[in-house]
Write a protein that binds this ligand. Structure first.
Ligand code: NIG
Ligand code: FE
Length: 410
């Protein structure tokens, strides 16, 4: 059987990926009047439209997409979401508008704990259906790879059910899912934190390991949730179970999660609103990718992370939606808008943060988040002449056609 062939041509500009690792050279390599060809799932050639259509005539390709003077960019990679849950917390949005804090809501048994109650009660089918609906919304906004965390079960049975839903959605949906175990997301009601950490380490992690779905282990390292030592215990046990660490770090307070991430050579440390210069240095030295989540700050009316501190240290940041019931956004385009307007990033930096840098936060080194030769043929044809329109337009996504593995999926 011959493999499917695909050619995407006529792009006003084709964004291939990072220009190089030298920030001074500008963060993106683009080709004017660009095109790419793919065989099977993989990009096999990138160049100008003239070059590519000569070698790969569109009339002979199984899939031919004329970008018709619009820009083509790599599919977005969303490296931090909590997209599998049940229930509704829109009333908490109103409570927050009236001045109640995120932590006060959690202390009163709301927030994460409320989603845990609704999630435990939901059937497997409901959880899967909810997740697939969110993936549809993400794909329509140009996301082709998304990390999804468990963490609304907080008991072995439900945590495994959530990871199972992620696995089934990965099978059923064109978007690629990257599963993360987040048993240490909150402390269940009526339980002491140390006792719960014991349960995560002694009960949940061995079960997660034998289930064999999760790839990463994450922890909410925060005042009033898991302190640095408790977080370390969870992540070290995760490492023993074969899971790469990730950390929710320095979101509301500077507790030391970023240093912990550096110490354990985590794939990423995420949030980082209160990260210090020392944290930036420690993370850079240990190759920990900073994942910034401006949608969360936007929703909470909080200050934003200092993206420029990382960028000026020569450390490309990643950005993510953090989609969860407290941050109801499934749009990497809107994240790019916030990255520019609120965190002082350029549209090119924001796009890199949403593609190749985001793939690094997920340990993907197969070219995901780029359209270089050998990369997965995941691409977005914009309905706009340049990639700047992604961040520039914040009412509707500037997305026309989405390709996943060389097939048109949207
Ligand atoms: O990354 N901070 C912890 N976890 C999520 C919020 C989850 C929730 O509120 O349901 C976050 O923002
Ligand atoms: Fe999160």
């Amino acid at each position: 059987m011959t493999e499917r062939t695909c050619v995407v041509y006529g792009a006003s500009e084709l964004v291939v990926g990072p220009a190089n690792d030298d920030e001074d050279e500008g963060p993106l390599e683009t080709i004017e009047n660009g095109a790419f060809a793919a065989v099977g799932d993989e990009v096999v050639a990138v160049g100008t439209t003239d070059e590519i259509v000569r070698e790969y005539p569109p009339e002979n390709a199984d899939v031919a997409v004329d970008a018709d003077g619009n820009a083509v960019v790599p599919g977005f990679v969303d490296p931090h979401t909590h997209a599998v849950f049940a229930g509704d917390r829109s009333d908490e949005f109103e409570a927050k508008l009236r001045g109640k804090s995120y932590q006060e809501i959690l202390e009163d048994g709301g927030g994460i704990l409320r989603t845990v109650r609704a999630t435990r009660e939901a059937s497997d089918e409901t959880l899967l259906e909810n997740l697939l609906g969110h993936l549809d919304a993400m794909l329509a906004r140009g996301t082709t790879t998304v990390e999804v965390k468990s963490g609304y079960g907080l008991d072995t049975e439900t945590e495994l059910r959530l990871l199972e839903a992620i696995d089934r959605a990965d099978e059923a949906h064109p978007v690629d899912l990257v599963p993360t175990f987040l048993g240490a997301h909150a402390v269940p009601e009526g339980e002491s934190t140390d006792d719960y950490v014991d349960r995560v380490v002694d009960d949940q992690l061995p079960a997660v390991e034998s289930q064999g779905i999760a790839e990463f282990c994450d922890v909410f390292c925060e005042e009033g949730v898991f302190d640095v030592e408790q977080s370390r215990r969870v992540l070290e046990a995760g490492l023993e179970a074969g899971l790469t660490p990730k950390v929710h770090a320095e979101e509301f307070t500077r507790l030391g999660g970023a240093e912990l991430a550096a110490d354990l050579a985590a794939a990423s440390a995420d949030h980082l609103l209160h990260a210090t210069d020392e944290d930036v240095e420690a993370m850079r030295a240990a190759d920990v990718v900073p994942v910034l989540l401006p949608g969360t700050a936007f929703g909470l009316g909080a200050d934003y992370a200092d993206a420029r501190a990382f960028l000026e240290a020569g450390w490309p940041v990643a950005v993510a939606t953090d989609f969860n019931p407290n941050c109801h956004s499934r749009s990497m385009g809107f994240v790019q808008t916030l990255s520019c307007v609120e965190m002082g990033m350029t549209p090119a930096e924001a796009l890199r943060a949403s593609t190749s840098a985001a793939a690094r936060a997920l340990d993907r080194d197969d070219g995901t988040g780029t359209l270089g030769v050998g990369a997965p043929a995941d691409a977005v044809v914009l309905e706009a002449p340049s990639y700047a329109h992604i961040a520039y337009r914040f009412d509707t996504p500037a997305v026309d056609t989405v390709l996943k593995g060389g097939e048109v999926v949207r």
